[in-house]
Ligand binder design. Structure first.
Ligand code: C2E
Ligand code: MG
Ligand code: MG
Length: 694
């Protein structure tokens, strides 16, 4: 039988090998893996069923099709064959014509099955690699299959039970949306997309959901967890709209909220107010205590402002609901409070007054107490502005009003206010206090003699740190001091300070260094300067010949006769006088001749352009020639580069002053600077050294 079958198969083009019993068959199959095993049920030693089971246990042969030859065509043996792992059976007597067809058919079916197995394996791998969660959900929301993906919300665990519906697990609004979408997807056969926000165990999860038809009565749902991305988006928003130091909304979000509030107010005819807070003297606190304390105090103020605003009594008492109040930090020490739904604009003033009171309570920081007061300006919609920018600008202006009135108070915007006048008022007020408290400083800028390469003197320059704005240029505050009638006191202060510096140097090797002070025109015309100066130098016991004077060219030309008289008196007592900013004041040569002066200072504007093509080099040359012909010394101001110095030296300039040689510096620094210069005295390479240092 065996050899007959083999011949039949070989005749049809197949290759066949045969074995006499099951042990030999397994051995053979392992050596030459076959495409199909044909086997009798009746075998010596081990029967066919047992042999079949044995082959199936061998991993290499687990999927090899096994066809059993059975003569007993009863149900039992057929069932037995299948149970022991047979693929099919052929009953005896064998139909020789059909045998090879049958075998080929089974082999083909096996190949198809193998392909299917392969494809299932690939699909499984694919699904395993997909990070999204997937669900097969039927019309009723029942989950028929699921794949977790990377989802860690354990949302899906909740519908692990057989009869559990996802619709019971989802929050109400999502469940309703899903129910509807499942229906639409099944009816239309199209894909549907949506987003779901699910709060679970106090955490927020965001999903992008895609639903496609799966079977006739179920859909495949793909859930992509985008929570991380949403959190990142939220963080970006926070950075763009919130101040990192205090956590308060920033200027940008204030402007957005303000614009929104105005739209609402316009729609319902209500009014709203912007409160503009600026902390008094904060600049000084920051400068003197350091930025880390400054920052901590700003945080403290921010928190206090927030709590005050939230606390019912501070605002609600005035008919403002606390949800209608928003605090923001504009930057620096400036904060805003937006009050909406006001019963009347007067209420804003009352709320502001309470906030000022609350902020002025001492703040504790590291065991120390700080008192920080605010100045507040108020502008209200609609009377003070129709848009948020205008309201903010006007509230800012009103705040200046509060500063000018002495700080730590509230000021309401009024149409007659102007920034310039308020700013001036504030500067005036602060300057008055600074003179009274001595919050001023003199800096000294050394001048260099180009012939000897030695310091020829220093110029005293006034420095003022405004409590809120920091350094203010004397070019800005001196004219204000003149107009406000403060110049006499201010000049007196400068004179005294310069005398103190001279006194400090007297008896030391620096004794011969002269100090030049600047005299303002107004001071020169109004007071009897000579007497004031003599009184001061005598009081300090210093030699007045070491005090030089600088007057701007503009001042000289005002009232020539009177000035000539005064200058002559000063000259007679032996003081040296220089004309400052020369070249800018249109002085006539004829009057210049009449002034008993000693030096001209070429204005900085000509020096800075001296190296460039243009008239400035010729102007410098002309001034120097003029000075030489009148026997005056020439000093060039604002020399910043070596090139400028070389030009000036070539033209025959006597002295230079400017950042290239030395900047203006406080008294102790200039003393140290001069002492270093003195050590190098007599060394003609002094300038080279200085240049190397720079
Ligand atoms: P000024 O008397 O012509 O003083 C020279 C100015 O030029 C100073 O400005 C000085 O800091 C600056 N300067 C010096 N070297 C350079 C440089 O290389 N480059 C540049 N860009 N600038 C340089 P500051 O201190 O701002 O003073 C401005 C003006 O204010 C002074 O001009 C003077 O007219 C006036 N001033 C300063 N202190 C007093 C004072 O005590 N009393 C009076 N009445 N006026 C003063
Ligand atoms: Mg000067
Ligand atoms: Mg000048």
């Amino acid at each position: 039988m065996r050899s007959e079958i083999r011949t039949a198969l070989e005749r049809s083009g197949l290759t066949a090998v045969d074995a006499a019993d099951s042990a030999a068959a397994v051995e053979l199959a392992l050596q030459v893996p076959p495409d199909l095993i044909l086997m009798d049920v009746d075998l010596p030693e081990l029967d066919g069923f047992a042999a079949c089971a044995r082959i199936r246990e061998t991993p290499e042969l687990a999927y090899t099709p096994i066809v059993m030859l059975t003569g007993r065509e009863d149900d039992d043996s057929v069932q037995n064959a299948y149970d022991s792992g047979a693929t099919d059976f052929i009953s005896k007597p064998i139909n020789w014509k059909l045998l090879s067809h049958r075998i080929r058919y089974i082999m083909r079916a096996t190949r198809v099955r193998r392909g299917l197995r392969e494809s299932v394996r690939k699909n499984r791998a694919l699904i395993r690699a997909i990070p999204d969660a997937m669900l097969v959900v039927d019309e009723g929301g029942k989950v028929r299959a699921r794949h977790r993906g990377r989802d860690d919300s354990d949302l899906l665990d909740h519908c692990a039970g057989r009869d559990c519906s996802i619709l019971d697990v989802l929050p109400g609004h999502s469940a309703a949306a899903w129910r509807e979408q499942i229906g639409v997807v099944l009816a239309s056969g199209n894909m549907a997309q949506s987003e779901d926000h699910i709060e679970h165990n106090g955490e927020h999860f965001f999903y992008e959901t895609r639903m496609v038809p799966y079977t006739r009565d179920s859909v495949l749902v793909m859930l992509r967890d985008v929570s991380e991305k949403r959190r990142a988006d939220a963080k970006v928003r926070r950075l763009a709209f919130f101040d990192t130091l205090t956590g308060l909304p920033n200027r940008q979000s204030f402007l957005i909220q303000g614009a929104e509030a105005i739209r609402e107010a316009r729609a319902d005819g209500s009014s709203l107010s912007v409160l503009y807070f600026d902390l008094d003297n904060f600049k000084r606190i920051n400068d003197s205590l350091g930025h880390s304390i400054g920052d901590a105090l700003l945080r403290g103020i921010a928190r206090r402002l927030e709590t005050c605003v939230r606390r019912q009594d501070s605002v609600a008492r005035h008919g403002v609901s606390n949800s209608a109040v928003q605090v923001a930090r504009l930057g620096g020490d400036e904060f805003t409070v937006l009050l909406r739904d006001l019963a009347s604009p007067d209420e804003a003033e009352k709320v502001a007054a309470r906030l000022v009171e609350a902020l002025s309570e001492p703040l504790n920081f590291k065991g120390q107490q700080f008192v920080i007061t605010p100045s507040v300006g108020i502008a209200s919609y609609p009377e003070d502005g129709e848009d948020i920018d205008t309201l903010l600008k006007n509230a800012d202006m009103a705040m200046y009003g509060a500063k000018a009135q002495g700080r730590n108070r509230v000021s309401v915007f009024s149409g007659t206010m102007s920034v310039r006048s308020l700013e001036r008022l504030d500067l005036e007020d602060s300057l008055r206090k600074a003179i009274r408290n001595g919050d001023l400083e003199l800096h000294y800028q050394p001048k260099l003699c180009l012939r000897t390469r030695h310091v020829s003197g220093v110029e005293a320059l006034l420095r003022w740190t405004h409590p809120d704005r920091g350094q203010v240029s004397p070019a800005k505050f001196i004219p204000i001091a003149e107009e406000a009638g403060l110049i006499v006191d201010l000049s007196q202060w400068v004179l005294e300070a310069a005398c103190r510096q001279l006194k400090a140097w007297s008896g030391t090797p620096l004794e011969p260094v002269p100090v030049a002070i600047n005299l303002s025109g107004k001071q020169f015309r109004e007071a009897d300067v000579d007497r004031t100066i003599l009184t001061a130098v005598r009081a300090h016991g210093v030699d007045h010949s070491r005090l030089d004077l600088e007057l701007t060219e503009g001042t000289l030309m005002h009232d020539v006769d009177a000035i000539v008289q005064m200058l002559t008196r000063l000259k007679d007592i032996g003081m040296s006088i220089a004309v400052d900013d020369f070249g800018t004041g249109y002085s006539s040569l004829s009057s210049l001749k009449r002034f008993p002066i000693d030096a001209l200072k070429i204005d900085r504007s000509f020096v800075s352009e001296i190296g460039n093509a243009g008239n400035d080099r010729s102007i410098c040359a002309a001034i120097i020639a003029l000075a030489q012909s009148m026997d005056l010394k020439v000093i060039a101001e604002g020399v910043e580069t070596r090139e400028q110095l070389q030009h000036l030296e070539f033209l025959g300039c006597d002295e230079i002053q400017g950042f290239f040689f030395a900047r203006p510096m406080p008294g102790d620094e200039v003393t140290a600077f001069l002492e270093r210069q003195l050590e190098k005295n007599g060394d003609s390479s002094l300038l080279a050294d200085v240049t190397a240092q720079l």
